[in-house]
Design a protein around this ligand. Structure first.
Ligand code: NAD
Ligand code: DAU
Length: 366
């Protein structure tokens, strides 16, 4: 893997977000020659996530909106990437329930602009560079909809998105396939499950529960906590993305998962156990699980996601390296030890419930 990356020039959109910042670090640590980020710094970006990267000579940051075609063209011309990893997106399902339109703008129109700029860049490359180029579109398993108790998402699972977020990602996937089919743009597409680990914005289940448990606040579990998600530590996801760029076939999709499908309640209870075992139980709380509260369900809540990553494993040799419980333990410690990073997030989000329905343009729950 290191050999594949040495000297490579890489553009990562959404690189100031959760997965993007982890991918930036993975690329720099593996000796990439140039790692550039294109990000417009929404609420979900945290400048502290790129603090280490900014100290590296190979790193460059471009503040730009992925919808802005001239800006995308300019950045591609400057970075001259071998690989583009497209992660910039509105990523939170609950926010898409409150306000769908920003998801259409960034996820659909933004992907269209980046594709257009990437195609023009690719068409102007000499043959040898054209052969090496890859547009890696980072999609989600949510485009496949919801599973019942049995079965797994695979690459040929029919597309059936059910939230505005998932629908906008599925629309962007169609555009990527169309650019590949019509113009020959060499792309690979990935559909990963739920990530967790350092730098995840605390609107998502795992960091929200960790921070609220540490602060002695209630832990809001939607519905009965029986919905199932398939979890992967973010660094394992990043290694999978690099394997797809290096060894995946152009024009192919890969589902990414680490075979960790669990009900939400089980995940929240395990977070509580870790917090207590580490001696971090909040003052006045007997045990952290006493903080769990069952709250009104998410509208249209998908029941189960579960991934069969056999194609990725077979074709690229990727295997997840991190065991779920150990990674969860390390994640609790990370949030406890990175208070300045947490405070930066709290400037834009105070941990309130999101996603019970459409909101006013001002963003307040109706
Ligand atoms: P995130 O919300 O943490 O970060 C998104 C980043 O994109 C932020 O830095 C934000 O500033 C940037 N961005 C948003 N709109 C932009 C715009 N118009 N122009 C430029 N930059 C913009 O998201 P994440 O959780 O890191 O997810 C990254 C990608 O991976 C997304 O495409 C998401 O759909 C996909 N994905 C996420 C998960 C997960 O569990 N988090 C799983 C599978 C796939
Ligand atoms: O599956 C991949 C997707 O995973 C990504 O594409 C998305 O970008 C990412 O946000 C994530 O979507 P989810 O909706 O699954 O993640 P979230 O962390 O919001 O919720 C996980 C589960 O936990 C879900 O069943 C809803 C539930 N939940 C969530 C929150 C925030 C709760 O029970 N309580 C909560 O407070």
């Amino acid at each position: 893997m290191t050999k594949d990356l040495e000297g490579s020039r890489i553009l990562i959109t959404g690189g100031a977000g959760f997965i993007g910042a982890n991918l930036v670090e993975a690329c720099l640590r593996r000796g990439a020659g140039r790692v550039a980020v294109l990000d417009c710094l929404t609420y979900a970006a945290n400048p502290l996530s790129l603090a280490w990267a900014r100290q590296q000579k190979a790193f460059a940051f471009h503040q730009a909106d992925v919808v802005d075609l001239p800006a995308c063209k300019k950045i591609l011309a400057e970075v001259h990437p071998d690989w583009v990893f497209h992660l910039a997106a509105e990523s939170h399902v609950d926010r898409s329930i409150e306000q769908p339109l920003p998801f259409v703008r960034t996820n659909v129109q933004g992907t269209a602009s980046l594709l257009q700029a990437s195609l023009l860049h690719w068409q102007a490359l000499p043959q040898s560079s054209q052969d090496r180029f890859r547009f890696v579109h980072v999609s989600t398993d949510e485009v496949f909809g919801s599973l019942e108790q049995d079965g797994y998402f695979r690459e040929d699972t029919p597309v059936a998105p059910r939230s505005p977020y998932a629908a906008s990602k599925a629309a962007s996937d169609h555009l990527v396939r169309a650019y590949g089919h019509t113009y020959g743009l060499p792309y690979s597409m990935t559909h990963c499950g739920n990530n967790f680990g350092p730098y995840q914005f605390p609107e998502k289940l795992i960091p929200l529960m960790i921070l609220r448990a540490l602060q002695g606040k209630s832990l809001p579990v939607y519905g009965q906590g029986i919905n199932i998600r398939d979890w992967i530590q973010v660094e394992d996801h990043c290694q999978a993305l690099l394997q797809v760029a290096a060894r995946g076939r152009a024009g192919q999709a890969y589902v990414i998962g680490a075979r960790n499908d669990r009900p939400n309640l089980e995940v929240v209870e395990e977070i509580c156990e870790v917090v207590d075992r580490l001696g971090l139980t909040a003052p006045g709380v007997r045990q952290s699980r006493d903080l769990i509260r069952f709250v009104e369900d998410r509208p249209g809540h998908d029941f189960r996601y579960a991934i069969d990553p056999a194609k990725l494993e077979r074709e690229t040799g990727w295997r997840p390296q991190r065991e779920f419980s150990q990674a969860l333990h390390e994640t609790v410690l990370w949030y406890q030890e990175n208070q300045p990073w947490v405070e930066e997030c709290e400037k834009s989000y105070a941990g309130q419930r999101l996603g019970l329905g459409l909101t006013s343009p001002g963003g307040k729950s109706s």
